[in-house]
Design a protein around this ligand. Structure first.
Ligand code: ZN
Length: 453
């Protein structure tokens, strides 16, 4: 395959190439041609452009199944954390065709979206919220005609190439079991995974597993860390049991003990609307770092904006993240120039803190959770994902090159936009978007990831 006279578009030389599919872990050279990996060899390669990867890890580009950013600003932040494909699969969108059209001029990294029950319900129920439901989309029961319209729009989204189906029960508390069953039936009929933010706790997981079992829908339980908290071990066991019984159930986690969501959303208002001052102290207003009380909760609810939710422990986060069941997915959250540090630090934090410092994951396991596992989750519906998440000849040239000895997140709740250190080069479809740990400006090699239409 590697003819000595070939001059590649770009060569990556002398890096430690790690591929979780083949378990390859050796110093090799890679040649890129027309956006694909065209050579992977220990022989010398020539290219028009050279990346010196000596002393660095060469891994498949990181794939994120859960990203609420989806703007040029966040695509840039995500690329600096090694992400080459980022997908909004939980909230999703209500208009799949428009969502892809808005990005068709090109983006920095690969992107994609689900058809989202939350967003479709907002549209059908005429909810006034811009990001999440704040009125009838959350709190009003849908009529049989409205449920039929929700189903029709979701099926339309799938025909338009939605990657999966998104849903979040705490954001739509008025949705009846009948409505949820209708949504799960859409997933089952089309064999599309439903990426679900469950009602928190083991009862919520049981509810989701029953809905999936009754309809035979594939299920991805999103951010098991923030949905399980102290129940993390038992809920991981429930997923493991379901899988042992042949059920198509998978899950994901992000490496932070605090979550973030919109203060005006039902999931915050229903839990904290009449909570004690002590309970309200779990909430942090990120712009000032202050913990909330009754007065400030009411005041910031009127203003609206992201809120930090301190409800988990580092021990439970580690239990979620190091389980062989979990995919790493950031739940990146970013609005108006601010958001959660997981937007910029998820992948570098796993590599720096869990692999190098705590040694609670091997490097290959961590790479598998960031690349091969998310690609495999989507392959049945999106065959193009078979060319991502691996390093082999014929795969897409989405590649992340990092220094295992120094990689580390730097972003914090107060300074969430600080980019990590140690993510040295990021290549998307053969084009450098990060070089020497700096963003390359003005490049848009990212392509849509979409189910066949
Ligand atoms: Zn969520």
């Amino acid at each position: 395959m590697n003819r000595p006279d070939t001059v590649y578009d770009r060569v990556i030389l002398d890096g430690r190439v790690m591929d979780p599919e083949s378990s390859l872990d050796t110093v090799s050279n890679i040649g890129l041609l027309d956006g694909q990996i065209a050579a992977l060899t220990t022989q010398a390669l020539r290219g028009r452009d050279t990346v010196d990867a000596r002393g660095l890890i060469v891994a498949p580009g990181f794939i994120d199944l859960h990203d609420h950013g989806q703007t040029p600003e966040t695509y840039r932040l995500r690329s600096l954390d090694g992400v080459t494909t980022t997908l909004e699969l939980e909230l999703g969108t209500s208009d799949v065709a428009a969502w892809y059209r808005e990005r068709s001029a090109g983006e920095r990294i690969n992107y994609g979206v689900s058809i989202g029950h939350i967003k479709v319900r907002m549209s059908v129920m005429n909810d006034a919220g811009s990001f999440m439901p704040v009125g009838d989309g959350a709190y009003r029961t849908a009529s049989p005609e409205q449920i039929a319209e929700i189903v029709r729009l979701m099926e339309l989204g799938l025909r338009e190439g939605a990657i999966s189906i998104g849903a979040g029960f705490p954001y739509t508390p008025a949705a009846t079991r009948e409505e949820l069953l209708a949504v799960f039936r859409v997933a089952a009929t089309s064999k599309t995974p439903i990426h679900l933010h469950i009602t928190p706790g083991s009862a919520g997981l049981k509810e989701a597993l029953l809905l999936a079992g009754e309809t035979n829908a594939p299920l991805q339980v999103v951010h098991i860390n923030s949905s399980s908290l102290a129940e993390t071990p038992v809920m991981l066991e429930m997923i493991s049991d379901a899988r042992a019984h042949g059920r198509d159930v998978t899950t994901e986690a992000y490496p932070y003990a605090a979550g973030m969501t919109e203060i005006q959303s039902a999931t915050i208002q229903d839990v904290y609307g009449s909570a004690s001052d002590e309970r309200l102290g779990e909430l942090e207003w990120p712009r000032t770092g202050e913990r909330l009380n009754r007065e400030s909760f009411a005041r910031y609810t009127r203003i609206g904006g992201p809120i930090v939710v301190h409800t988990n422990t580092e021990q439970m986060v580690a239990a979620a993240l190091t389980s062989p069941l979990t995919i790493v997915a950031s739940d990146a959250y970013w609005q108006n120039g601010a958001g959660h540090p997981r937007t910029t630090g998820t992948f570098s934090k796993v590599l720096g803190r869990y692999v190098r410092e705590a040694r609670s994951l091997s490097l290959m396991e961590a790479i598998r959770k960031m690349t091969l596992m998310p690609a495999q989750r989507l392959e049945a519906r999106v065959p193009a994902m078979r060319q991502k998440g691996r390093l082999r000849v014929g795969a897409d040239a989405d590649i992340t090159i990092f220094d295992a000895a120094s990689v580390l997140d730097r972003s914090t709740y107060r300074e969430p936009s600080l980019s990590p250190v140690g993510i040295e080069h990021v290549i998307v479809n053969g084009v450098s978007v990060v070089a020497n740990a700096r963003a390359v400006e003005g490049v848009t090699p990212g392509k849509p990831v979409r189910a066949p239409t």
